[in-house]
Write a protein that binds this ligand. Structure first.
Ligand code: SAM
Ligand code: DTB
Ligand code: SF4
Length: 320
């Protein structure tokens, strides 16, 4: 593997310049970095499960699970441990190496955390990597999860600091950063990214990637989501992000965070094969796999397998 400078001192002007490059130049640059660091024909496969659905007190204007919007999502309590492990085992059979469990919480209660810890232990025992996304975490909670053997914690910064209060009012951007710090300090790998297509400017996209790349450590995984528009949420009906602008976001993420897994996340169900292929060329090397994300649809498994076959891609093996 060739060495590459890992920078934490990006400036917004530099990042905007990357976004402004000619498309061919940008994709070539991103792809060269990608190829130096990774096998360009391997894609890491994560499967998601919503372990606690709906009735979330937060007001994230993109989210179908907020209690404030009438989206038709049925609320469900925290799942039983056995049922979660059964789902993880099914995901493993389908080829997933990482199992991500998500809960519609602002932050977990200690009692609930104990139940989630049993899930982490059970999924790990299957030989899979574990990831949780439960909202804000305190220092002690992060340490408890580290002790349980949790591999990744997902906590998205979602957008730039400047745009943040236009989409969420019930918490501040800084609170997201505090949780990321608690998780990193506890020694858990961070998975953090954001959403594009929420009406943000290119400068906001640049600001979001800048905040991630200038963290003390780059997140191990960087999910880039294209907004899934859900009826009933305030962002429903907003203009969709242009596919090529989405590909650019992936390319810039790859250039800024050369060693991170860049995940082509939500929004694939509305994306053509060609757009996804460009994302893989631009440096995306991870996807969510399985018919459902948390509450919305993802491409069916056989459709993704057909895409992998057309592109000559294979699932990245889990490196213990
Ligand atoms: N409640 C926790 C939190 O917000 O941190 C964890 C679960 S939350 C559903 C996880 C992430 O899903 C959010 O940070 C957001 O990036 C993403 N997300 C939610 N709704 C989305 C949508 N409609 N389109 C794309 N991404 C979405
Ligand atoms: C991430 O960045 N995207 C995933 C995962 N991390 C938790 C969630 C996408 C959710 C899309 C809307 C839904 O299905 O509810
Ligand atoms: Fe709640 Fe997370 Fe959805 Fe925001 S994104 S409303 S915190 S589940």
């Amino acid at each position: 593997m060739k060495s590459v400078a890992i920078r934490h001192d990006w400036t917004i002007d530099e990042v905007e310049k990357l976004f402004d490059m000619s498309f061919n130049d940008l994709l070539f640059k991103a792809h060269c970095i990608h190829r130096q660091q990774f096998n360009p024909n391997e894609v890491q496969i994560s499967t998601l499960l919503s372990i606690k659905t709906g009735a979330c007190p937060e007001d994230c204007s993109y989210c179908p699970q907020s209690v404030r919007y009438d989206t038709g999502v049925e609320k469900e309590p925290l799942m039983a441990v056995d049922a979660v492990i059964e789902q993880a085992s099914r995901a493993k059979e389908q080829g997933a190496t990482r199992f991500c469990m998500g809960a519609a919480w602002r932050s977990p209660k200690d009692k609930d955390l104990d139940q989630v810890i049993q899930m982490v232990e059970g999924v790990k025992a299957l030989g899979m990597e574990t990831c949780l996304t439960l909202g804000m975490l305190k220092k002690e909670q992060s340490e408890k999860l580290k002790e349980a053997g949790l591999d990744y914690y997902n906590h998205n910064i979602d957008s730039s600091e400047e745009f943040y209060d236009k989409i969420i009012t019930t918490r501040k951007f800084d609170q997201r950063m505090d949780t990321l710090k608690n998780v990193q300090d506890a020694g858990i790998n961070v998975c953090s990214g954001g959403i594009v297509g929420m009406g943000e400017s290119v400068r906001d996209r640049a600001g979001m990637l800048l905040a991630l790349a200038n963290l003390e450590q780059h997140p191990g995984s960087v999910p880039i989501n294209a907004l899934v528009q859900v009826k009933g949420t305030p962002l429903h009906g907003i203009e969709k992000i242009d596919d090529l602008a989405f590909v650019r976001t992936i390319a810039v993420a790859r250039i800024m965070m050369p060693k991170s897994m860049v995940r082509l996340s939500a929004g694939r169900n509305e994306m053509s094969d060609s757009t996804q292929a460009m994302c893989f060329f631009a440096g995306a090397n991870s996807i969510f796999y399985g018919e459902k994300l948390l509450t919305t649809s993802n491409p069916e498994e056989n459709k993704d397998m057909a895409l992998f076959s057309k592109l000559g891609l294979s699932a990245m093996p889990h490196r213990h």
